[in-house]
Structure formats: C-alpha cells, structure tokens
Design a protein around this ligand. Structure first.
Ligand SMILES: [Fe+2]
Length: 443
C-alpha cells in the first residue's frame, strides 16, 4: 500500500519489514502469492527472503500481503503483558497510576482479547521488531486508553476497542518508506503527505481484520484529528469524531508529552496536567476530564528539575521568554481578526483556529499578564524558594505556547506563500505577523 494510492493490494515497505523479520522469526507464505495478472510471485511454504520481498514490492497482489503470510513466534498475551511490565519499570509514575486504579485484571483480560486476532499479532510483532519505539508508544497508548475508558465508564466492548486501537494506531507507519521516516533534515510536502497518511493506512488494514469491531479502525483513523479542526488527515471537527477516536487522540498526546518532552526534562505524568489544561479546546471534554482524573489518582509529586543555585539564571530565561511571547502576540493580533473562523477555505480556517487556540492558552494561563512578570521578578529578587516549583511550571507553559506559535507560524507561512488572503491590507498584516513571530527564533 503506497501512501499516494492507498491501495491495500499494492505491496510496499511492509514486504521489506517482513523479510527482515524472517531472518529471526520465520515468515512463510501460507498460500501461493500471485500478482493481479496471475503470475506466481511466491510459492506456498516459501520463506519471505529479501530477494522475494524485492520481487513482491513491484506488484499489485490479489490480496494484501499480510493475509498470505504466517509469522512464527508472534507476541502473545504473555509477551504483551511483559511489554507493559517493562513500560511500568521505565515509567514508575505510570505504574503508580496503574496500581491506584486497579487496572491489572482489565489489562490482562484485554491482552488475551488481542490474541483472538492473528493479523493484529502479526502486525504488532513486526512493529516491535522493526520500529521498537513505535511499539513502546503503542503500549503506552493502549494502557492510557484502558485507564481513560475505565474512568469514563465506557462499555466493555468500547474499552477493548480503545485498547486495541491504542496498540495498533501507528502500525500504518510500517507501510511508509523507511527512507522518508528516517530522513534527516527537512521533509518535502510530498513526504509529509506520505507520513500523514499513516492513520488512513492503519484504518484500511484494521477494517479488513475479520471479527474486529469497526471502532478500532475508526479510532485509528481519527487519532491525529482535533476537535477544533486543526488535526489530520481530515481536518474534521468535534461533531464528526467518535468517542473512541478522541480517547486515542488524548492518549497519544499524553504519550508524546510523557515519553518525549517530559522525559527530556525529567518530569512525570503530573507535569503533563498544565499542558493538557491549556490545550483543552483540542480535546473531547469527557476524555480530558478523565485524563486529569487518571493522572491525579496517582498522587504524584511533580519533581523539581532546576537546582536552587541555578534558579536566578533560570528566572532570567523566563523573563526573556515573557518578552518574546508578548512581542509575538502583539504582531499576530491584527492579522487574526482578518481570519474568519467560518471561512470556506480550510487553510484560513485552520490558521484562525490555531491562533484562537494559542490565544485561549495564554488567556487561561495568564502567561502574558503584567502581574505574572511582576511575580516572577519578585521570586527572583527575594529568593522565594517556596515558589521555585511554580517557576518550573511557568517554563513548561511557556514552552507549550511557544510550540503552538510555531504551528501558527507554519499555517501563516502557507497563507503567505500561496497568497490565500485577498487584499493588499491583509497581505501587509500577514507579513507583519510573520516578522513578529521571528522573535520565536531569538535564543
Ligand atoms: Fe500517529
């Protein structure tokens, strides 16, 4: 399946992944594999070597390749449970939440449920061997989705659907060229489009798994959609998104916050709450409330990361960022008025929504208020150690708003380069906004 054509019968990168897996876990053709013209490509019972994979990849098959192969030594319920155990070892804060919410029995039940679907076992095993980081993310999302599903009192079938969607949500990546996924440096629009097709690829595969609830495919399709229309691949809005999809969306966000951003800084799940709070508009209200409740159940202490001796210099950094963010917002405020939220043009609508999202974030957090600046300055001047933890929280929020402004800048750049806004006045305002957003790059 190529990102451009999205045809499940077209053999693609997945054939190469299978041939690599075959070096350790034998991958055998369970039937003769033909191309659409009826030519035999692989004989039943043959191991899928690299050479055969290269032959298969040039063809459109009579059915998706995954349906014609069998993998030995797949991840079963026991190995899946072990995967979760390792996740908890790496993230003790998740273990604490897991224990407080008494999730173990449900987790074990759902690990067993997963083994009803050999196709899911095949895909997940290939993911674990070929893209172990994505496998880890799948485990995190499945666990978080389970916790959210329980907290939201979803029905048993829905909880299983979000658990399985959490595990499988990024398996579409296995069909995208590794050259694109591992490319260093800037991606072309075409390459971005290919990567952004992974939810659709995942959905197509899951839709064809016999006996699997359709909600698993749908949640996978929607895991990068946002209620305010700023997500992908559809840019769809709240009313057209499923509960299961919104659960995976927030679980995936928490996964990125916890496994990437907070791991670099040394935070824990509790440090994610302020980030969720200022992004609340992007999430389903019920899923958001459940996420905060799940994290709070762990009674985690937010760890201090900056030593007291380094705090004055750290606060200077906060004050500098305060000025930069203020400069950015002063520059974008005029152009935002020119971006109608109801515009029929999706690019204008998306930029308007991103801007609103950022405004909401600063308004709800008070990040740009004079009183905040005054308070930060006083904490520094009087060495108020009791407030040093709050200073670290201000940093987390500033970085989040900065990230949102980077997204807004991308959207405004598109409007600028494609000359989407009509009128000289709008164009001038857009240039002014982009100029003020240059403050984001000031070290
Ligand atoms: Fe994804």
């Amino acid at each position: 399946m190529t990102a451009q054509t999205l045809e499940p019968q077209q053999a693609d990168e997945y054939a190469r992944h299978l041939s690599q897996v075959n070096k350790k876990n034998q991958v055998l053709a369970t039937e003769d594999i033909f191309n659409e013209q009826g030519a035999l490509l692989v004989k039943k019972g043959t191991p899928l070597s690299e050479q055969l994979a290269e032959r298969v990849i040039r063809h459109k098959l009579t059915q998706p390749l995954e349906h014609s192969v069998n993998l030995s030594n797949m991840i079963d319920a026991g190995r899946l449970r072990k995967g979760f155990e390792q996740l908890f070892e790496q993230y003790p804060d998740c273990r604490q939440v897991h224990q407080e919410l008494r999730l173990q029995i449900r987790l074990e039940e759902n690990c067993r449920e997963y083994t009803r679907f050999p196709l899911l076992m095949q895909k997940l095993t290939v993911l674990a061997m070929q893209r172990p980081h994505d496998y880890q993310k799948g485990l995190f999302c499945a666990w978080m989705a389970l916790a959210l599903g329980q907290q939201m009192q979803l029905e048993t079938g829905q909880v299983t659907a979000v658990f399985l969607a959490g595990l499988m949500h990024d398996t579409g990546m296995l069909h995208i060229s590794t050259d694109i996924l591992e490319k260093e440096g800037e991606l072309t629009t075409e390459e971005w489009r290919a990567i952004q097709s992974h939810p659709r690829i995942g959905e197509l595969f899951l839709r064809n798994v016999p006996g699997l609830a359709p909600e698993v495919a749908r949640a996978t399709l929607e895991h990068h959609e946002r209620r305010d229309g700023t997500g992908y691949p559809g840019g769809r809005f709240a009313e057209s998104l499923s509960t299961e999809g919104q659960v995976i969306a927030i679980a995936d966000s928490l996964c990125a916050i916890r496994m990437l951003r907070l791991s670099e800084r040394g935070g824990n799940l509790a440090s994610a709450i302020p980030i969720l709070q200022i992004n609340v508009r992007g999430y389903d209200p019920d899923a958001y409330r459940a996420a905060v409740a799940v994290i709070r159940a762990g009674e985690l202490r937010v760890p201090r990361l900056v030593e007291d001796a380094r705090m004055p210099a750290f606060i200077d950094g906060l004050l500098a960022m305060y000025e930069r963010l203020n400069r950015c917002f002063a520059g974008v405020s005029d152009v935002v008025g020119q971006l109608p939220e109801e515009s029929p043009n999706g690019k204008i609508r998306s930029a308007a929504l991103l801007a609103q999202h950022a405004w909401f974030a600063v308004a709800s957090s008070g990040l740009l208020s004079q009183s905040l600046k005054h308070w930060i300055s006083l904490v520094k001047k009087n060495h108020e150690q009791d407030h040093y933890a709050n200073m670290e929280e201000v940093d987390v929020l500033q970085q989040e708003v900065r990230w949102q402004l980077v997204q807004l800048r991308k959207a405004l750049n598109t409007l600028h380069s494609e000359r989407v806004l009509a009128g000289a006045e709008s164009a001038a305002l857009l240039e002014l906004a982009l100029e003020s957003l240059q403050a984001l790059d000031t070290p």
